[in-house]
Design a protein around this ligand. Structure first.
Ligand SMILES: *[C@@H]1O[C@H](CO)[C@@H](O)[C@H](O)[C@H]1NC(C)=O
Length: 153
């Protein structure tokens, strides 16, 4: 009598284990491709006209959509972080009111607040991705230090 009871409990245990592992196991493969080191799979570029290769309107691609940054609360510290995202070492200045022309698409960041030492713009404070009351006439730009390390925009 007793050995049968134990045997039944271990069968239930095995069944529960299988159920739990299938529930917990399934979400991870679908979310894994989105996670990338550093900036959560974001892409950065300089755009607009007229401009030199190391300056321009900052455009960020997030979730497949290119967008811009509003100039509200923008600082040189934010420009430093963005210039590093673009492959430069630091910023020498920044621009407001769509100096390089208005962009299109989303306004991804507004009231961006960085200390300047962040490894990624994702570590800076803001109103949140896509949360902005700006128009593209307020697109921010950066002027990066000319010598750069990796990418040519
Ligand atoms: C965003 O920045 C603007 C301009 O400096 C300011 O007037 C506004 O209060 C800020 N909004 C938030 C939510 O921080």
């Amino acid at each position: 009598m007793r050995p049968v009871g134990v045997w039944q409990w271990s069968l239930w245990g095995l069944l529960l284990c299988l159920l739990c592992s299938s529930c917990l196991g399934s979400p991870s493969p679908s979310t894994a491709p989105e996670k990338r080191a550093g900036s959560q799979g974001l892409r950065f570029r300089l755009a607009g006209f007229p401009r030199k290769p190391f300056e321009g309107r900052v455009e960020i691609q997030r979730a497949g959509e290119w967008g811009t940054i509003c100039d509200d609360d923008f600082t040189l510290q934010a420009a430093h972080v963005l210039c590093r995202e673009l492959g430069f070492t630091e910023a020498t200045g920044w621009t407001h009111s769509a100096k390089y022309g208005p962009g299109t698409g989303r306004i991804w960041l507004d009231n961006l607040s960085c200390s300047g030492t962040e490894q990624s713009v994702t570590e800076c404070a803001s109103r949140g991705w896509g949360n902005s009351d700006c128009t593209h006439d307020e697109d921010a730009g950066v002027i990066c230090k000319q010598a750069h390390s990796v990418r040519v925009p």
